[in-house]
Ligand binder design. Structure first.
Ligand SMILES: Cc1cc2nc3c(=O)[nH]c(=O)nc-3n(C[C@H](O)[C@H](O)[C@H](O)COP(=O)(O)O)c2cc1C
Length: 377
């Protein structure tokens, strides 16, 4: 049994290795007649693409995406639309330097999946980390672009809120700043300090971790399927499944442990059209595994990049003790490029939740409740 597929009605299967010729994904379950062009996908690929600043890996991958199935030009509108058939997307790897990985063919890099892949399969593509490489996350971003089209008016965003030990000042949060710096940082005041800090980390050949926040506005109440398809559980699984992620929080997350019941439970009042409105959002927009209609909020922490210049102690697959020296090009903090990946995973979870919600109960607005029909029989 293998597990390269994610989702239920919206299903994405990814394939490919870091230094193979091509990576790709197949998205199955996308509804028909949704306008979809390569440009719609490329705009998100470009956010994750490596080599865009001195703070990310210098591997130069254009990540040009090709859609090879599942779309057709609609005769009436002359617009390319989905057909309902599987959508296959391909991206060529063009900047591989496999010789950088020659020495580690038989060595286990600390913090990497080398040992566990060998322990499980007895064989692995060691070049650039093979299948365990975050190169795979490019295809999550591609699938996420299609998911965004399915959820329509739902707006999904992400930002870096902590770099190493340095947290943003949330009182200075400005959405408009997120795309204006190399970090996806919403606090312009901390950017110079982050630049200086990460320059120091990079020049020392070291690395650092980060915390990323992702959120979705416009999710109506009702998405998510109790009890084994809870929206928060699926979000946690999706975000935890990203390379290097070691913790996920929904809403106030770990901080709820120190709160009182009075402070934590989000109070309610009547809003417009009889729809309840919440006076706070400690729950992160999810109650009982179902969206409340508030902003859906999650955070995740990534560990410091394992590939660093300092030699690290390890063993090889023949039992010898070795010092592993990292060659190749690496992100000094993977958190920056994890922002668009986190957004994509949230989009995929929400698209899947929306399609399942529509399949079970339709899309009628829940408020105001219709008068109850008398029970039959
Ligand atoms: C966008 C992104 C880029 C990454 N780039 C690197 C990298 O350049 N060097 C590295 O050592 N790890 C990198 N990683 C993390 C590794 O892929 C990951 O730590 C490794 O495969 C082991 O898996 P695990 O940390 O999930 O257990 C990256 C992760 C993400 C999300």
């Amino acid at each position: 049994m293998s597990h390269n597929t994610f989702g239920h009605l919206f299903r994405m299967t990814t394939f490919g290795e870091s230094h193979g010729s091509t990576i790709g994904c197949v998205v199955d379950g996308c509804p028909p007649r949704i306008p979809l062009t390569e440009a719609d996908v490329q705009v998100w690929m470009d956010k994750r693409r490596p080599g865009q600043s001195r703070f990310t890996t210098q591997r130069k991958e254009p990540d040009t995406v090709r859609i090879v199935s599942g779309v057709v030009v609609d005769e009436a509108t002359r617009v390319k639309v989905t057909t309902g058939a599987p959508i296959a997307l391909l991206v060529d790897n063009v900047d591989v330097r496999s010789k950088d990985y020659g020495e580690i063919e038989n060595q286990y890099r600390p913090g990497h999946a080398d040992f566990t892949y060998d322990a499980k399969y007895g064989v692995r593509d060691h070049r650039g980390g093979g299948r365990s490489s975050a190169r795979e996350t490019a295809m999550r971003v591609a699938a996420g672009a299609i998911a965004r089209k399915i959820v329509g008016d739902v707006r999904i965003r992400g930002a870096l809120v902590q770099l190493g030990p340095h947290r943003i000042d949330r009182s200075r949060w400005d959405d408009a700043q997120i795309d204006e710096n190399a970090f996806f940082c919403p606090d312009p005041g901390i950017v110079p300090a982050w630049e200086a800090y990460l320059d120091g980390v990079r020049k020392a050949g070291s690395s650092c971790g980060a915390v990323i926040e992702v959120w979705a506005d416009g999710v109506p109440p009702g998405w998510g399927s109790p009890v084994y398809g809870k929206l928060d559980a699926e979000l946690a699984s999706a975000l935890m499944g990203i390379n290097a992620v070691k913790a996920v929080e929904i809403g106030d997350g770990m901080a709820v442990a120190a709160m009182s019941g009075e402070d934590n439970a989000d109070e309610m009042r009547h809003g417009e059209n009889g729809a309840p409105t919440f006076l706070s959002n400690h729950a992160g927009g999810i109650l009982g595994g179902i969206s409340t209609g508030q902003r859906v909020v999650a955070r995740f922490a990534v560990k410091p990049t394992s590939s660093i210049l300092t030699p690290r102690r390890s063993v090889d697959r023949f039992g010898a003790e070795v010092d592993v020296r990292t060659k190749g090009r690496h992100d000094p903090c993977v958190g920056i490029r994890a922002v668009p990946v986190g957004e994509a995973m949230m989009a995929i979870v929400l698209a899947d939740a929306f399609l399942r919600h529509r399949a079970q109960v339709g899309t009628g607005a829940p408020w105001p409740f219709p008068a109850r029909e008398p029970a039959r029989g």
